[in-house]
Ligand binder design. Structure first.
Ligand SMILES: C[C@H](O)[C@H](O)[C@H]1CNC2=NC(N)=NC(=O)C2=N1
Length: 101
């Protein structure tokens, strides 16, 4: 069954528990900072494994010491759903172990 798009209010409520995650109304995003490049690159691989497990994939942009994620749900026309929030929560769990802030 297709996931149901969240209302703007539901998205705001979900993001209230995910500090530093933001929304433009069409997707949710966060940028993480690192002391150097390799820890950022390593976190990409860890996120990729989580995304395969969830079968839900963000757009990831790796810079020198920054890593940005943006995600929405393609199968409902690029809206925000609980799947995006679930991915954000999982990424938040692993971030401290990668030295991400
Ligand atoms: C076929 C496969 O299940 C779909 O393409 C999955 C894969 N990853 C996905 N990721 C995201 N962000 N949205 C989707 O709708 C989606 N669909």
């Amino acid at each position: 069954m297709a996931p149901k798009p969240l209302t703007p209010e539901e998205t705001e409520t979900a993001l209230a528990a995910l500090p530093h995650w933001t929304t433009d109304g069409d997707s949710v995003s966060r940028t993480y900072s690192f002391a150097k490049h390799l820890p950022a690159a390593a976190m990409v691989i860890h996120i990729a494994a989580i995304q395969e497990e969830l079968n839900h994939h963000s757009d990831l942009t790796l810079g020198y010491n920054k890593l940005s994620l943006t995600v929405n749900t393609h199968s409902v026309g690029g809206r925000i759903t609980e799947l995006d929030i679930a991915l954000a929560r999982r990424v938040e769990e692993i971030a401290p172990g990668h030295g991400a802030s």
